[in-house]
Each structure stands twice: as structure tokens, then as C-alpha cells.
Design a protein around this ligand. Structure first.
Ligand code: DX5
Ligand code: ZN
Length: 209
């Protein structure tokens, strides 16, 4: 199981220290980029990612919740992304963009809760990761949408074994086992980890699930 703490729920006044604190237990660092347009919230941009790149060797899993990601993905490549995940809902030329990103790093596709899996039918062969949003994107700390479990099982059957299946939103100690059983191999978790008293214990509980 790959555990990717989402730093959206970390203390933004000390992001470097927060990453250092989860580093011994985490596999990837999940970074949520929001533009106030694709989603209502605005978070961080590539200069911050570039600074954080100096802090850790862990892979950076960049989740772009922005309109027209084709205009911005290169900034995140240069800032040190290992994975760049874009939303199917955010761009008109998905196939082209996937193949552009693939020249530089691993590429993921994200689906909002209401977006059906058939949207990725023709691009499965091209991607490294599928991210199922189990909350409406935009904020940390929301409740896991139960219907996501069925979608995760269906997604795993569709993509086969070789594509990462990541689940993002409301993931915690109470649902991690169910999510894993449904076929996910990457758990993104923000508030459950960063609002807990022990990051170590929170991450271990997800991993053991
Ligand atoms: C939501 C983000 C998530 C978020 C998850 O739009 O994509 O990565 O940080 O936070 P929790 O785990 O608190 O739902
Ligand atoms: Zn995310």
C-alpha cells in the first residue's frame, strides 16, 4: 500500500517541517494545486513545490485541480514533480496532454465523484495512475462518499494490475480497509494524518488496514 499524505491539511507556515515529520512513514507526498476556478479554493503554485523539492527525496504526487492544465503543467515538471495528475473535466485535449506530460514524468488522470469511468476508456493504455475522487475536490476534511467503493472496484477491473489506483478524499482509519479491498493501492490522506496527534500512528493505521 502506498500512503501519500496530502499537505493541504498541514500547517502552511512550516510546510518543510511538516513534510519532514511524515517523511519516515510516507511513500509519496501529495500536493494539491487549486486555481479558484476549476475548484473554488486557491492553494499553492509551482514556486512552493520547487522550494519543497529541496526538503525530501520522496516522490511528489502533484494533483492539478486547475483549468487548462496544458498551460501550467511544465512549471510543475520543472519544480520537480514525479507524478502529475490532471482532471478529465479540466481540459479538451486530454490525449495530447497525457502524452506531453509522459515525456517528463508519470501521468495520472483524476475523476470527480460524478464523472463516470467510461471517460477514461480510450486512454487507459496511456496512463500510470488513476485517481478516484471520493469527495468533491476543493477542500480537505470532507466526508468520504460511500458510493466511491463501487467505483473503485469497477475501476480496478477496468485498468488492470499495472496502473496505480489512487483514492483521494475523506480517507481515514475507518474506511482504509474497505478502500484497499476494493482494489486501491494508493491512499491519499490529508486531515486524518495532519490533524492527528501522531502522524506516525495515523499513517501506520492506514498502512495496516
Ligand atoms: C481535495 C484534495 C485532497 C484533500 C484530501 O480536493 O484533492 O487531496 O487534501 O483531504 P482529506 O484527506 O482531508 O479529505
Ligand atoms: Zn488531492
Amino acid at each position: 500500500m502506498i500512503i501519500a499524505p496530502s499537505i493541504l491539511s498541514a500547517d502552511f507556515s512550516k510546510l518543510g517541517e511538516e513534510i519532514k515529520a511524515v517523511e519516515p512513514y510516507a511513500d509519496w507526498i501529495h500536493i494539491d494545486v487549486m486555481d479558484g476556478n476549476f475548484v473554488p479554493n486557491i492553494t499553492i503554485g509551482s514556486p512552493v513545490v520547487k522550494s519543497l523539492r529541496k526538503v525530501t527525496m520522496l516522490p511528489f504526487d502533484i494533483h492539478l485541480m486547475i483549468e487548462e492544465p496544458e498551460k501550467h503543467y511544465m512549471d510543475f515538471v520543472k519544480a520537480g514533480a514525479d507524478f502529475i495528475t490532471i482532471h478529465v473535466e479540466s481540459t479538451k485535449n486530454l490525449h495530447r496532454l497525457i502524452n506531453e506530460i509522459k515525456k517528463y514524468c508519470k501521468v495520472g488522470i483524476a475523476l470527480n465523484p460524478a464523472t463516470p469511468l467510461c471517460m477514461i476508456e480510450n486512454i487507459i493504455e496511456e496512463i500510470d495512475l488513476l485517481l478516484i475522487m471520493s469527495v468533491e475536490p476543493g477542500y480537505g476534511g470532507q466526508k468520504f462518499i460511500e458510493g466511491s467503493i463501487k467505483k473503485i472496484s469497477k475501476a480496478r477491473k477496468m485498468i488492470g494490475k499495472d496502473v496505480y489506483l489512487s483514492v483521494d478524499g475523506g480517507v481515514d482509519g475507518s474506511n482504509a480497509a474497505l478502500i484497499k479491498k476494493a482494489g486501491a493501492d494508493v491512499l491519499v490522506s490529508g486531515s486524518y494524518i495532519f490533524k492527528s496527534r501522531s502522524y506516525k500512528k495515523a499513517i501506520e493505521s492506514l498502512r495496516k488496514a
